[in-house]
Design a protein around this ligand. Structure first.
Ligand code: AGP
Length: 608
């Protein structure tokens, strides 16, 4: 989804603004622009493509020193209309007096547009956002705030807007309904900011106000007021540890590779919070206290994309370890099911960004039905993280790269800890196994370090496979989540087609696709199904198919091998998942893909 940013102050923000937009670029990078208004003149700078293209164009942005100026900016992920300069924001009124930036989707924009066309308004873009600029003009009440408050209730669905108007030269308005928007200011209140999320914060301040739905901030000169549902309210600012938001690429070629190599530290951080390795038991402070108050006999997991894949491991671990019933729901479909809320069921939502609209909707629905909800989220202050009272942060730190890596392993780690919690709660015979898993978890960061040392070896295998166009990703039992997630990573950045399926499902039809040009990647650590996976390899080989085996053992019958370090059955997914990430990374890098800005994607999908 798009990233919007606003600044009010006396700095010549053009340079820093580019920096802020770059911090939001993971939200969409089809085009970028900004407009600056200093009450006497307005300057508009826009460019199709990455924020960096804006740098050259903004060099001669003139701002007289010591004057107050109002900056609104945008980086786009196209929802309505092609990636063209016309569809680039900002959108403005026909009289070019009102300018806005928008993150979200106005579902009823067509009929609103038709009513304006009937009044002879002309449109230069295909976007829903331009319609709102013309609506403000058409409903003008000689006052920006009054007009915005009149127009907003006529809009259906999701938005975060920033408005400026030449009629009210020293004002800027930020408003939120569904799409995320945060407001913050410097300690001396000389600099005031808006942003789609906290990612752009790392360099500035601590006084942050997370806006809720129907909340509006009205800045006049350097004073601001907040309204909720059109009534004035006072809202206190929060302090957050901005240091944890800092994300640097260091000397890694890509953010993806940097975040892959961060995983040993990330898992150490997650363990430090959750596990008492000395006494081989969970550290139950915080999150579990809330759960302790209730008896659950089932867990329903709800999520999208990578987070949805992580859940699949949860069902196996809960079933196999805690003997607990569980199911996984794709969030984008869940709300259209006739959900019967069960009192002894815990509904657990997982999200890296905490802003995924497809997950927020069913969560709000279940909350409205008094269901027991619990979330596992990575981004502090995100919408989901402010929706329910029992939760766990995945503590993977800021994940900048568009597709997810370290957040996935932090998620599966947090899910395993949830399974261990229910295991402890429904105590059964396997204490020995419980302690063995906790002991092994302590070794996992070191084992991942060992695997990361094989990165260049994995690159040699990627060199072998990069010219094939189609792939199967095969799995059994716990490797389900790893195969689906690795296949998604592979597609997201290499743009090669891949499909994940259980290795024994091949013979039920998909085997027809196998030939010398259709390799299969099989995740087969030496667990209780190892022998069965060997026979799947024979099936593929018998049709001239090629096999890339990811295992702790060298498989002679495989065409290529990625050898991973040893661990135990329950913890192999931590290792095979990272092997899958490295296979995807090196294949895409050898194909010269723009890894940090994969086409058509956005980090958090805040529209449905
Ligand atoms: C993963 O690489 C993608 N970025 C995407 O599938 C993502 O996992 C999905 O959109 C869910 O996002 P969330 O975890 O932030 O809710």
């Amino acid at each position: 989804m798009c990233g919007i940013f606003g600044y009010v102050g006396k700095q010549n923000a053009s340079k820093v603004l580019i920096h802020w937009l770059e911090k939001l670029e993971y939200r969409g990078y089809d085009s970028a622009w900004f407009v600056v208004w200093n009450t006497s003149w307005l300057q508009l700078v826009k460019s199709v493509g990455k924020v960096s293209y804006l740098t050259a164009k903004s060099e001669n942005t003139l701002v007289a020193d010591e004057t107050f100026s109002y900056w609104i900016a945008h980086t786009r992920w196209a929802t309505h209309g092609w990636v063209t300069e016309n569809n680039c924001h900002p959108h403005y009124s026909e009289n070019e007096k009102i300018y806005l930036v928008h993150n979200g989707i106005i579902e009823n924009y067509k009929e609103l547009k038709d009513s304006l066309v009937a009044k002879w308004y002309k449109f230069y873009s295909e976007t829903d956002s331009e319609v709102v600029a013309k609506l403000i003009e058409d409903s003008w009440e000689w006052n920006l705030l009054k007009t915005v408050e009149k127009v907003l209730p006529t809009l259906e669905w999701a938005y975060a807007f920033l408005f400026i108007s030449k009629e009210n030269p020293d004002e800027i308005i930020g408003v939120k309904y569904w799409s995320p928007l945060v407001f913050w200011y410097s300690n001396d209140k000389k600099d005031l900011y808006f942003s789609s999320d906290t990612q752009a914060l790392a360099w500035v301040v601590e006084n942050i106000i997370f806006l809720d739905d129907w909340e509006l901030v009205h800045i006049k000169s350097s004073d601001y007021t907040i309204k909720s549902e059109w009534k004035l309210v006072s809202k206190s600012a929060e302090k957050i540890d901005v240091a944890s938001l800092k994300a640097e690429k260091w000397d890694f070629k890509h953010f993806m590779l940097k975040e892959i190599f961060e995983q040993p530290k990330v898992l150490n951080d997650v363990f430090r919070w959750r596990i008492d390795f000395e006494n081989l038991k969970l550290n139950k402070a915080g999150s579990f206290e809330e759960l302790d108050k209730f008896e659950f006999d089932k867990v329903v997991f709800v999520a999208c994309g990578t987070s949805y894949h992580a859940w699949w491991l949860g069902t196996y671990w809960l079933q196999d370890l805690a003997g607990m019933d569980s199911s996984v729901e794709v969030a984008s479909e869940y709300e259209y099911k006739n959900i019967r809320v069960e009192a002894k069921t815990l509904y657990v939502f997982i999200s890296q960004s905490g802003e995924t609209a497809d997950s927020i909707e069913p969560l709000k629905y279940l909350k409205s039905k008094w269901a027991h909800t619990f979330w596992i989220v990575n981004v502090v202050g995100s919408t989901i993280s402010r929706l329910t009272d029992s939760w766990m942060f995945t503590r993977a730190g800021t994940e900048v790269w568009v597709a997810s890596t370290k957040a996935f392993t932090a998620q599966i780690c947090t899910i395993l800890i949830l399974a261990l919690y229910f295991w402890e709660k429904n105590w059964n015979l396997w204490r020995q196994k419980y302690r063995q898993i906790i002991q092994e978890l302590q070794k996992i960061p070191g084992i991942i370090d060992e695997l990361l040392k094989e990165s260049e070896e994995i690159r040699k295998v990627a060199q072998e496979i990069k010219d094939y166009k189609q792939f199967f990703f095969l799995w059994r039992h716990l490797e389900l989540a790893v195969a689906y997630e690795s296949s998604l990573k592979f597609k997201e950045i290499s743009y090669l087609n891949s499909q994940a399926l259980p290795s024994w499902e091949l013979k039920h039809g998909s085997l027809a696709l196998v030939d010398k040009d259709f390799p299969s990647v099989i995740f087969m650590p030496s667990d209780f199904l190892y022998e069965k996976n060997l026979s799947s390899i024979q099936e593929v080989k018998a049709r001239n198919g090629k096999i890339l085996a990811v295992s702790n053992k060298k498989i002679d019958s495989a065409t290529w091998n990625v050898i991973i370090p040893e661990t135990i059955e329950e913890t192999y997914p931590f290792i095979t998942a990272i092997a899958g990430q490295l296979i995807a990374y090196h294949t895409a890098d050898l194909l010269w893909r723009d890894i940090d800005k994969p086409r058509n994607l956005a980090k958090s999908v805040t529209v449905k």
